[in-house]
Design a binder for this molecule. Structure first.
Ligand SMILES: *Cc1c(COP(=O)(O)O)cnc(C)c1O
Length: 409
């Protein structure tokens, strides 16, 4: 636990209007047949799962790195071309990040109490580092990538009190290792990548995105590779992977002695069974989303005021999100477009909005940017993510694009 109270004192919050918060999960009302949710998770069907459930019945092993977790981790290592032991499973992406931070940087120390994270991220990044004792230190992102820029941190940001840096992969756009290895080697500050939604991109070029800096993945139902709840940590450093598993299992390794700071973040055998099955259908699911992505690009390319966010050079495309920016030239504001779509049963999402720095728990945390996080603030105000999932058919997709084209009329 951190030394902070569970809730920030009310008088310490910036007392402006409460942030308008929408649920991050897809709600039941959005998934009625006539509605189009932002995504529609599809996990393996009961029939395909049944043989695995029978294996669990026979083994009577339900957790504690049982046979299915081991099989899943081995297959993940092979999928990402890692050495055996380089992939560690976890109960959620958030616990995976806690395990990776504890194994890499340890708990916060008094002389380095800050965990530097981008302001443009999901709240889980902040939650995880706080559970390791760090105070979130919010930093603005780069205009082109919407991610942290290590060069700018070196040039402009005070790092004296920073004990860990957690770059985030926005919209699943994977974070390359090399610039962060250089940053870590120059500063001596440990780095852990929150690659929660970057399974697709990392799969495309593991040599670029995996290395000695651990990469966390989320296997939450709403991510492109899903086991319901679940997560993982990937690294070429097998000792680091072992320390991560230890941090996720009460500090135990080869003995029942608790030797390091830890939590319980183990994946169950049931989730691991889903993971093994998902790996088999991952390519087909990705190809289906790629077709949706291509159709959006074609339909929306000429719409005035709609900016399709370019994939930065050298970044692998991924099709798990379809983010666009609603610009000044568009007839209505981003929020008006969001509401107009919602009235037609189309549930787009404004990731990451409200910005972390306007959430009740994080309004008073320190920020590295005196100018109020301009890039993150603008992105949060303009971004809209359109529905994209396996099984989004052409008619429904045309409803989305024609609603965007004709919003003013
Ligand atoms: C989804 C997500 C997480 C959290 O993962 P969970 O599996 O839901 O715990 C963390 N960071 C980012 C950027 C995410 O998108």
């Amino acid at each position: 636990m951190t030394d902070r109270s569970n809730e920030r004192p009310a008088d310490a919050r910036k007392g402006d209007r409460p942030a308008q918060v929408e649920p991050d999960v897809v709600t039941a009302s959005e998934t009625t047949p006539e509605n189009i949710p932002v995504m529609r998770p599809q996990l393996p069907r009961a029939e395909t799962l049944m043989p695995y459930l029978r294996r669990i019945d026979a083994s009577r092993i339900y957790s504690n790195y049982g046979p299915l977790v081991q099989e899943f981790e081995n297959r993940l290592s092979r999928h990402f071309e890692l050495p055996a032991g380089g992939a560690v499973s976890a109960s959620t992406g958030t616990t995976a990040l806690i395990g990776a931070v504890l194994a890499t940087a340890g708990r916060a120390r008094p002389d380095r109490p800050l965990g530097l994270i981008p302001a443009f991220t999901f709240v889980a990044t902040a939650v995880a580092i706080e559970q390791c004792g760090y105070t979130p230190y919010l930093t603005d992102v780069d205009t082109g990538t919407l991610a942290l820029d290590p060069e700018r941190l070196l040039a402009d940001v005070g790092l004296d009190r920073v004990g860990v840096v957690v770059p985030v992969a926005p919209f699943g756009r994977a974070v390359p290792q090399a610039p962060w290895r250089a940053f870590r080697d120059r500063t001596g500050i440990p780095v852990v990548i929150d690659g929660a939604a970057s399974f697709e991109g990392v799969s495309e070029a593991p040599e670029r995105y995996l290395g000695t800096i651990p990469v966390m993945m989320s296997f939450h139902a709403t991510k492109s590779f899903a086991t319901g709840e679940g997560g993982g940590v990937l690294s070429t450093d097998v000792d680091l992977a072992i320390r991560t598993a230890q941090a996720l299992n009460f500090g135990f390794h080869l003995s029942r002695d608790s030797r390091v700071a830890s939590t319980n973040g183990k994946m169950s055998e049931f989730n691991a069974a889903l993971g093994v099955l998902q790996l088999e259908r991952f390519d087909a699911a990705r190809a289906a989303r790629q077709r949706v992505d291509a159709a959006y690009r074609e339909a929306l390319a000429g719409v005035r005021g709609i900016e399709l966010i370019a994939i930065p050079d050298g970044v692998e495309p991924n099709f798990s999100y379809f983010p666009l920016l609603v610009g000044e030239e568009y007839p209505v504001s981003r929020d008006e477009l969001y509401d107009a779509l919602k009235k037609k049963g189309i549930f787009a999402r404004r990731y990451f909005y409200p910005l972390l720095s306007s959430l009740a728990m994080y309004r008073d945390v320190p920020s590295a940017d005196a100018e109020n996080l301009p890039v993150a603030t603008r992105a949060a105000a303009q971004i809209l993510c359109l529905p994209i999932y396996e099984g989004l058919d052409e008619t429904d997709q045309a409803r989305v694009t024609s609603s965007i084209e004709n919003v003013g009329s």
